[in-house]
Structures are given as C-alpha cells and as structure tokens.
Design a protein around this ligand. Structure first.
Ligand code: XMP
Length: 516
C-alpha cells in the first residue's frame, strides 16, 4: 500500500492512478490525517502531493515532521517536495523565481531516482518558492535555470523528492521517476494487477453479502453498473438479480447488448422491464429539458421499485433481499470525503405487501477503482467490448438529445443517425480518442434541401464529438474531414427525414456537452 497525502490540489488522484499503473496499490488520504493513523494503515511508502505554490502562503497546509521518523519511505512532489525539505532541515526560500509549465531540468547526478533518465529533459512545474539547500544527508540530483535544488534523495532513509510534477503527461520520464522511487527506493512489490483487482473485489463482496444474502442491481447499459454486477455475480451467483429498465430512450442495439451479450458473458439473472410506453406517455408534450429530466428520473424510480418488489416477493421462503449494488467509483468516494465503511440506503415503497421503508446495505465493488481500471476489470471478466468501452451516456438517454418533444418516431430517426455516427467513428478507430459523441436531433427545426430531383423539407442533426478528461471541461474533437464526410453522406442517404448534418465546434465552457 502507498498512501498519497492530498494537499488540496487536483493532483492526488492522478498520482494515485500513476502509482497503480506502476502496479502498486495506492489510496488517497487527506493531509489532516494524523501521522499515527497513516502509519496504522501499514503503508510501504507515503507520497506527498502538490498543493498551493508556497509553503509560506497564508493557510498553507502543514505537515507533522513525525512522518519522517516512522521508518516509512517518503516521496515529495512539488509542494510536497518543499514540505520535505523544510521538515528535514533544508532551506526553502521565496526567491521570487517562479516556474510554471514546461521547464528544462538538468540532471547533475542521477542517483537512484533519476537513473537512466536523459541529463536534459522537460518537466512540468508550478511553483513560486524554491528549495535552496537540501537537508543534511541528501544528495542533490537535478537543477533548473532558477532552482538550484530541483530533486534530491536519501536512499538509506528511503526519502526522495522532485520539484516538478512527475504525474502529469507533459513531464517527460515522469512515470520512470515514480517507478524508481516505488520499486528501487521504497522496495514496493509489483503486485497490483488487473487479475488481482478482480479477485480481491470478488472475495470482499462474497464476505460482505455472506452465504445467504441476496442482492439486486440496476443495470444502465454503461460500463460501471455492468462491471459492478459482473463482480457481484461472480461472488454470489444467482443470489444477485439485475434489473434493466428499458425506457425506450436508449440508442440502437443497446438493450440487446445487455439482454443478450451481457447475460451470455456473465450468466447473470436479469429482469428486463419494458417501460417504453409508460415513459413516452409521461413525456408527451414536454419540451423543457429539466422537466424531461424530472419525469424520466421519477418514472425510473417507480419502475425500478416495482421490479424490486417483484424480486423480493419471489425470493425463496425466508430469504431477504437486503443488498443493493452500485457502481460508485473511487473519485466519487474521494470527493465525498472518503470513508471506508458501508452505507445504507432507504427505499420507499407505496406498493402493497411490503414495509413502507426498506433498508438496503450498499454493495460497491468499484469503490476503490478508477474508470480505466474498471474497464480493464470488465475486459478481464469477459464483458463485450461495446459495453466495456462505451462512452458515457446520460441517464435520460436520447430524451435530452431531441430538442423538442420526445416521440417514438423522433427517437427512431435519432437512433438511426446516431448508430451511423457511432459506427463510422468505430470504423475509423477513434472511439478511445473521443470522450463522447452525442448526436442531437433538432426536431422542431426544418430546412430545405434537394435530393434526387426533388425538394426536401427535413430536419438537421448536430454532431457533437468532444474530448475531455472528466466532463467538467471539454473541447470539440477535431474529427478528420473524411470521417465527417462519410457520416454526413450516410446519414442523409440512409435516414430519410434528415437532410442536413452539422458539427458543433463549441468548447465547454461556454457550451455544455449535451444540448439540453
Ligand atoms: P453537460 O451537458 O453538462 O454534461 O456538459 C456533462 C456530462 O454529464 C452527462 N449528463 C448527464 N448524465 N443525467 C446523467 O446521468 C443527466 O441528466 C445528464 N446531463 C448530462 C453528459 O452526458 C456528460 O457526460
């Protein structure tokens, strides 16, 4: 185990991921956690993340120097590097020399940390203060034009640090530096593999649910709930029942993927509720985006709870269904303040024959995993690639990609156009470069066109391919013209009602990814 101490910048999650990429398990802890508590977790190494740019800043988070007396290896990055220098008796000065962004470092003495790394290379920096003297017993390894001490190590004590951010993509050889620390200085074994992740989670869930417990899971069609369900299925077999609510707002082929391919791959017991009619009736005449969302959310809960009731009623005599599977990921756990415990959720019923409030214990097989790890686990468990690599898709589905009222006819038109766009993106090998690729039907807009000999009066669709890391910000994706051309030609040829294809070239902000 490696602990990544979070000093409040965005870097801790990235560092934790990079550590896992080096096949060492990592967890993030807040900098306010007492050292004794950190030690109690038994870490092999502790990494101090970046944070504010100066240790002298007002309210700069501090570090209990006791951390250096625990015998645990410590690696400081950026702010963590300065805290380390300060805590061990080195010198940190506000030299006024700032470095932000790409910076050239000179490796004077490679030592263990920078072994095999080019003497001159580019790294990503973001700091105001500089370490001007390394603590006693440390060797200075690198410098920049303005920072005399940009990296140091004390291999005997298992300490090392760099002024730069080895975790970011723009830093050359960053992963290598991290690996030198983890493997060669801290002596961490490379045991965190995808096979292990899956096995560990299956074992943990088997224990949590116990020999008699029963669980239910709502499948959305996305990778998180599918992988969560697959893990639980492996742990407890058909004491898990999955529910898939087909609200009629899914894309072409997605329901079949779950119904047929997911079940074939995992052997999961699945209840499919065909609720299309109910959803479309509830959405009739509605054009306001937030109203659509509310209606879809409400109908979803109703439908899922009704299915839940059926499952509970049909459970064998004496058995109780008391576990609810959710695909919560590690970033959600960290953002909501962590906590290792299990939580409960109340489900309210107004269907006869059951207590009004049912209490479920949450089962969260993915709560220690990052999205990329979830995908790898999904592959390991043999899930279909269409599910494992599916782009994020909003809960309200195509309901918020039809601008105007949602009807069955409009959904079918959009489904055809969307399927063509997705197929061409896949054929061009671009799926993994693109974060999401909404296709939006401007159902209330008509424009004149000409096709064959005749004038047409059809609808436009908008292609909205974006790149993003986390959907908080996004950029419009530069899809090659020939791919766009194929998509446009096919959509206008194959979908009779569409006579115009446009591309949205707005970043987020100011645009959002979805149109509603
Ligand atoms: P926006 O459009 O706000 O979307 O840039 C950011 C991300 O959230 C997804 N999204 C939703 N997901 N229910 C969901 O489950 C929703 O109502 C919803 N609205 C947007 C969107 O697809 C993108 O990934």
């Amino acid at each position: 185990l490696v602990l990544v101490v979070d000093f409040g910048a965005q870097y801790a999650q990235l560092i934790a991921r990079r550590v896992r990429e080096a096949r060492v398990y990592s967890e993030i802890v807040p900098h306010t956690m007492p050292v004794a508590e950190m030690v109690a977790k038994g870490p092999k190494a502790i990494i101090l993340s970046g944070g504010p740019s100066s240790v002298y800043a007002e309210d700069a988070p501090s570090l209990d120097p006791a951390i250096f007396e625990t015998g645990t290896a410590v690696f400081g990055m950026c702010y963590g590097f300065q805290l380390m220098a300060q805590g061990l008796g080195g010198q940190v000065d506000a030299t006024g020399a700032r470095e932000y962004g790409r910076t050239r470092v000179h490796v004077g003495h490679a030592g263990t940390l920078l072994g095999g790394i080019p003497t001159e290379h580019n790294v990503w920096m973001s700091h105001g203060d500089s370490v001007t003297a390394a603590p006693e017993g440390f060797e200075v390894l690198a410098s920049t034009a303005v920072t005399p001490v940009a990296a140091f190590e004390n291999v005997d004590r298992g300490f090392a640090g760099v002024q730069w951010h080895p975790e970011v993509l723009h830093t050359e050889h960053g992963q290598k530096v991290l690996e030198h620390f983890l493997w060669d200085i801290a002596g961490c074994g490379q045991t965190w593999t995808i096979g292990n992740i899956a096995d560990e989670q299956i074992e943990r869930i088997r224990e949590q649910i116990g020999p008699d417990g029963r669980a239910i899971c709502a499948l959305s069609g996305g990778v998180d709930s599918a992988v969560a369900a697959a893990i639980v299925q492996k742990a407890v077999g058909d004491r898990l029942t999955c529910v898939y609510v087909d609200h009629g707002l899914m894309r072409k082929g997605e329901t079949e993927q779950i119904e047929r391919d997911f079940v074939a791959a995992t052997g999961t017991k699945l209840v499919v509720v065909d609720a299309e009619k109910q959803f479309l009736e509830a959405l009739a005449g509605v054009t306001d985006p937030e109203t659509k969302r509310k209606i879809i959310g409400r109908e979803f809960i109703r439908t899922f709870e009704a299915a839940e009731v059926e499952i509970i009623k049909s459970a064998p005599e004496g058995a109780t269904v008391s576990f609810l599977v959710q695909g919560t990921l590690y970033p959600d756990v960290v953002e909501s303040g962590g906590g290792a415990g299990t939580s409960n959720i109340k489900s309210h019923h107004n269907v006869g024959g059951l207590p009004e409030d049912l209490e479920f214990e949450l089962v969260e097989p993915l709560r220690t995993l990052f999205k990329d790890e979830v995908r790898l686990v999904g592959e390991q468990l043999g899930l279909p690639p269409e599910i494992v690599w599916r782009h994020p898709f909003p809960g309200p589905g195509l309901g918020i990609r039809i601008i105007g009222e949602v009807t069955r006819e409009r959904l079918d038109i959009l489904r055809e156009a969307d399927a063509i766009a997705r197929a061409e993106l896949t054929a061009a090998g671009l799926d993994r470069d693109i974060w999401q690729f909404p296709v939006v039907l401007l159902a209330d807009v008509r424009s004149v066109g000409v096709q064959g000999d005749g004038r047409t009066y059809g609808h436009p669709v908008v292609l909205r391919p974006v790149t993003s890391e986390d959907a908080m910000t996004a950029d419009w994706a530069r899809i090659p013209y020939d791919v766009l051309e194929r998509i446009s030609t096919r959509i206008t040829n194959e979908v009779r009602e569409i006579n115009r294809v446009t591309v949205d070239i707005t970043s987020k902000p100011p645009g959002t990814i979805e149109w509603e």
